[in-house]
Ligand binder design. Sequence first.
Ligand code: FNR
Length: 183
Amino acid sequence: MPYTVAVLIGSLRKESLTRQFVEALKGISPEGLKLEVVEIGALPLFNADFEANPPAEVTAFKQAIEKSDAVLFATPEYNRSVPGVLKNAIDWGSRPYGKSSWNGKPAAVVSISQGVLSGFGANHHLRQSLVFLNMPTLQQPEAYIAQVQTLLDGKGGFVKPETKGFMESFLKAFEGWIAKVKG
Ligand code: FNR
């Protein structure tokens, strides 16, 4: 049985390049990984008043994370940090206190940018939360994707064999990491 990987996309727009990148990843993922996007766009803004008795969207979101073997965060960078929509999903998943859906789940991060700085700020701000959430996170290879608009072929694949090869090695390393963490 392949590992089920919940993929969270830190952009809600229809033409999201991050989402297109994730779709391309699905086409090259190893047999041992099943990438499944878990949508975050219907989650309300986090409000601690409702964490003990949350809206149905939140309950469904937490269940989707809990039944997955691992989590892949694919995110653009907003103002050198994590987009609010992704942080909002992370915050909902972490509550109520003591009932975090993230605890112990192996994770990996890919940051995506149309610029040359490749979302480094978002990638590492996200990693700061993952430390606290006790998500053992793939360290190497790191995936910082610059100028993503030049890398996608518009047909669900990658333009350059180098990008495809690198992302194949990233996903293979993630598969090995999940196996290691889960014992
Ligand atoms: C951005 N963008 C951006 N890019 C970047 O490399 N570093 C940054 O700090 C920011 N900041 C930023 C803030 C806000 C509010 C927006 C809307 C955009 C550009 C952004 O990464 C780019 O539009 C991506 O294409 C967004 O990802 P999707 O929606 O294509 O997946």
